[in-house]
Write a protein that binds this ligand. Structure first.
Ligand code: XMP
Length: 539
């Protein structure tokens, strides 16, 4: 009887697996292209990164241009595109953060600068009025037109109209381009300017919530006027709005991805902080709280406790201190590559966890310390722990192309990129010319130069590293690559294309639908242009 039961059970099992096999032979996709839940555990003996895998195409009714890229990282922290610029001293200061937010993303201002300067970088982003040139080039009444011509020549300005201010920064008049001519070189600016009474101005507070619409109305009502000067109540010059900027921005408003703004219509901005220690090696709670308090006063939208080893007491304690003091403040913390690490930071109070140890283009952590996990495996492991804790995952480092972003977004809520943006106009630092090519400096925050400039704490070293400290990053160059707008347009196009192939209308669907397969080295070679003489690169 017992045996009969077993036989019957065996027959039932056989017929069940036969049916499953039959189903698989009808549709081998599920066998070859499994979901993350099946694929990553089946490859648990091997750490995988972006190029080790490819995503399978799925039935789609979704056109790339109709895909939605919005992502929520914490309550009150929503991005319109899932892209963040790294908190690195050769990537994100105010200019980069403004460009990122205007495109719908987020910039994390680095902390390799005096705390006071970080506060003013955040203020610059929060006070940015799109279309308002906040620090226009000014001239003074005692200069000659010759001086102004020299300035234009020296700085290669493409404009020749300048506001004129006195020593206290109060508006005196406008020097119009049609008098900035060599024939008037000897004349004083005071003789040639359009006097204050005839200059069109608006008070900064009158610009309201939508300065572009306000300025647009002004230019329509004042035929032939192309510049509007912005002043405060005491007539100090506060900025300049040009008609051409307003027209460009009005056109851009029809763009698919809106700027990322807070509830008061200011651009969003993040700032990185470190787990600062005092002279006794203890966490300097007071200093951290004072600094983050000041950042919050300036309107910062998120702070990132940013270190190389996030699964550590110092980082956890910093997150706890901040969570207690600022219950509503979105907190990013990292970096980790294990489920235990992600869970720990979530339990300490982080809303989003940065994942990545050693994937970065300037990183040498894996070489120097022998530690770190290739990014797709790290993302899978951390994302499963994060999902249980209901926190977001940020894929930090190693991204070199839009396809990597699509793969990363199958397991994360946004990506953090350094190298991709380091060559942009908006990154800190000057362009240098080498053998006719243009470059910008890009360095790891764990490189010796960056640690000397202040980032040593991020790598668990004293703030004044000696020669004995082993750097975990290199100093490098990136080819200059134009504006962030241009780079992001390419990346977004790629992300949308990937989502179209997977039939994913939004990022949640991308995470749910993704199916994976390993790629052989020959498969990887096949993926890039081959056996042709390339005339133009893909980017
Ligand atoms: P990508 O690949 O975008 O990587 O250039 C940027 C990320 O790399 C991390 N980072 C470092 N990692 N040593 C490291 O091991 C370093 O010196 C270093 N500096 C930055 C960081 O997470 C950044 O977002």
């Amino acid at each position: 009887m017992f045996q009969n039961n077993l036989l019957a059970k065996g027959r039932a099992q056989t017929s069940f697996s036969d049916m499953a096999a039959a189903r698989q032979s009808d549709n081998p996709d599920s066998q070859f292209y499994p979901s993350a839940e099946e694929f990553f555990p089946a490859n648990s003996h091997l750490a995988l990164t972006f190029d080790d895998i490819t995503l399978a195409t799925l039935y789609s009714e979704i056109l790339p241009r109709d895909t939605q890229l919005g992502t929520t990282l914490a309550e009150g922290l929503h991005l319109n595109i899932p892209v963040i610029s790294s908190d690195m001293d050769t990537v994100t200061e105010a200019r980069m953060a403004i460009a990122m937010a205007l495109n719908g993303g987020l910039g994390l201002i680095h902390y390799n600068m005096p705390e006071r300067q970080q506060l003013s970088e955040v203020s610059r982003v929060k006070n940015h009025v799109h279309g308002l040139i906040q620090e226009p080039i000014k001239v003074t009444p005692d200069q000659s037109i010759g001086d102004v011509l020299e300035l234009i020549e020296q700085k290669k300005f493409g404009f020749s109209t300048f506001p004129v201010v006195d020593k206290k920064g109060r508006l005196v008049g406008l020097l119009s381009g049609h008098v900035v001519k060599p024939r008037y070189a000897k004349k004083k600016v005071s003789e040639a300017l359009t006097p204050r009474a005839q200059v069109h101005t608006i008070k900064k507070r009158e610009l309201g919530k939508d300065p572009i619409a306000r300025a647009d109305k002004f230019f329509t009502e004042h035929i032939g006027i192309h510049k509007l000067l912005v002043v405060d109540d005491d007539d100090h010059l506060q900025g300049l709005i040009t008609m051409s900027d307003v027209e460009r921005i009005t056109q851009e408003r029809n763009a698919q991805f809106k700027p990322a703004r807070d509830a008061h219509f200011h651009l969003i901005c993040g700032a990185a902080v470190s787990a600062t220690r005092n002279a006794f090696g203890e966490l300097d709670r007071e200093r951290i709280l004072n600094h983050v308090g000041a950042l919050v006063e300036r309107g910062v939208d998120v702070v990132a406790v940013s270190t190389a080893h996030g699964h550590s007491k110092g980082v956890g304690d910093t997150v706890k201190v901040l969570r207690d003091a600022f219950p509503q403040l979105p907190i990013i913390a990292g970096n980790v590559t294990s489920a235990a690490g992600a869970q720990y930071l979530a339990e300490c109070g982080a809303n989003a966890v940065k994942v990545g140890q050693g994937p970065g283009s300037i990183c040498t952590t894996r070489i120097v310390a022998g530690v770190g996990i290739p990014q797709m495996t790290a993302l899978y492991i951390c994302s499963r722990a994060a999902a249980k804790k209901k926190v977001a995952i940020l894929a930090d480092g190693g991204i070199t192309k839009s396809g990597d972003i699509v793969k990363a977004l199958t397991l994360s809520h946004a990506v953090i990129c350094g190298g991709i943006f380091a060559g942009c106009n908006e990154a800190p630092g000057e362009v240098v010319e080498i053998s006719g090519k243009f470059y910008k400096q890009y360095r790891g925050m764990g490189s010796f130069a960056a640690m000397k400039a202040g980032s040593a704490a991020r790598y668990g070293h004293l703030s004044n590293p000696t020669q004995k400290v082993a750097p975990e990053g290199v100093e490098a160059l990136k080819e200059a690559c134009g504006s962030v707008d241009r780079v992001l347009a390419q990346l977004i196009g790629g992300i949308q294309s990937g989502m179209g192939y997977l039939g994913a209308a939004n990022l949640l669907q991308l995470r749910e639908k993704a199916r994976y397969i390993r790629v052989s080295p020959a498969g990887m070679r096949e993926a890039a242009p081959h056996d042709v003489v390339e005339l133009k690169t893909g980017n």
